[in-house]
Design a protein around this ligand. Structure first.
Ligand code: NAD
Length: 262
């Protein structure tokens, strides 16, 4: 029996087998969770259906995080299958690609700012708002963030602001949902090649730089993130809420390129 046996968890944000959400589904399935999946649009439906089958699930529901009625409809359909459930993983982010290229002040626009915050931060609390009534006590909600929320990182630009908002969102949600015995946490993942990260200019160069300085001397994987996600959505982490846990091989604790000094 795995440590998520008896838990029903909804996973958003699978777009490919490289998606962080895919690694999370692998770990949660291994630990015995029953899983449901949402997909952004019809283009992804078949792919997500196949992935879901690998995890012994036939629950796949559409949800465009840009639309409140789509988020509400996700949970009104889910409740017909699962009258109650034990948490969800929010692994969704979006900003138009022009925002992730070059000088932040030149690149940012009002529209880019609004979209980044809407899809990448607001949608997390929107999901909590729409599902609150059917979440069991002891539920856990989880989102994915990045170091660009804390530090100015080249080309990450307005997405860094959206992630800072998402991290504050995590703390405010944890405070509000605690009285319902629901925990809310975030994982700050190191860089991982996915469809989303491919949109960041010079991501490959950034990836090589990380490799040269990261304390654990290897890049983190979707399995590394998945294992911590499974823990954070389980009763093993019952005392943790409102936290941003770095799963980045220790990169965020470094200040200097050690290798260049050797
Ligand atoms: P990914 O491209 O595999 O997943 C991003 C997902 O967001 C896709 O499934 C896409 O369909 C979904 N999405 C975008 N707009 C949406 C909308 N309007 N409605 C519904 N879904 C929508 O990339 P990923 O890297 O696995 O990203 C997952 C999360 O992890 C994101 O929040 C990302 O910022 C975060 N993250 C990624 C990295 C990295 O290096 N890959 C590092 C830290 C944090």
């Amino acid at each position: 029996m795995g440590f998520l046996s008896g838990k029903r968890i909804l996973i958003t944000g699978i777009a490919s087998h490289r998606s962080i959400a895919y690694g999370i589904a692998q770990a949660m399935h291994r630990e015995g969770a029953e899983l449901a999946f949402s997909y952004q649009n019809d283009k992804l439906k078949l792919r997500v259906k196949e992935f879901a089958m690998n995890f012994h699930s036939n629950i796949i529901l559409p949800c465009d995080m840009a639309q409140d009625d789509s988020i509400e409809s996700l949970f009104s359909k889910l409740v017909n299958i699962w009258p109650t459930f034990d948490g969800f993983v929010h692994a969704v982010a979006y900003v138009p690609s022009k925002q992730l290229d070059g000088d932040y002040v030149n690149a940012v626009t009002r529209e880019g700012f609004v979209i980044a915050h809407d899809i990448s931060s607001y949608s997390f609390v929107a999901m909590a708002k729409a599902s609150r009534a059917i979440l069991n006590p002891n539920s856990a909600l989880l989102t994915l963030t990045y170091l660009g929320a804390e530090r100015a990182i080249p080309n990450y630009n307005v997405m860094g602001l959206a992630k800072a908002s998402l991290e504050a969102n995590t703390r405010y949600m944890a405070n509000a949902m605690g009285k319902q015995d629901i925990r809310v946490n975030a994982i700050s993942a190191g860089p991982i090649p996915t469809l989303a990260s491919a949109g960041i200019k010079n991501f490959k160069k950034m990836f090589s730089y990380y490799k040269s300085v990261i304390p654990i001397r290897r890049m983190v994987t979707i399995q590394d993130v998945g294992n911590v996600a499974a823990f954070l959505c389980s009763d093993l982490s019952a005392g943790i809420t409102g936290e941003i846990i770095h799963v980045d091989g220790g990169f965020s604790i470094t200040t200097m390129n050690e290798l260049s000094l050797e």
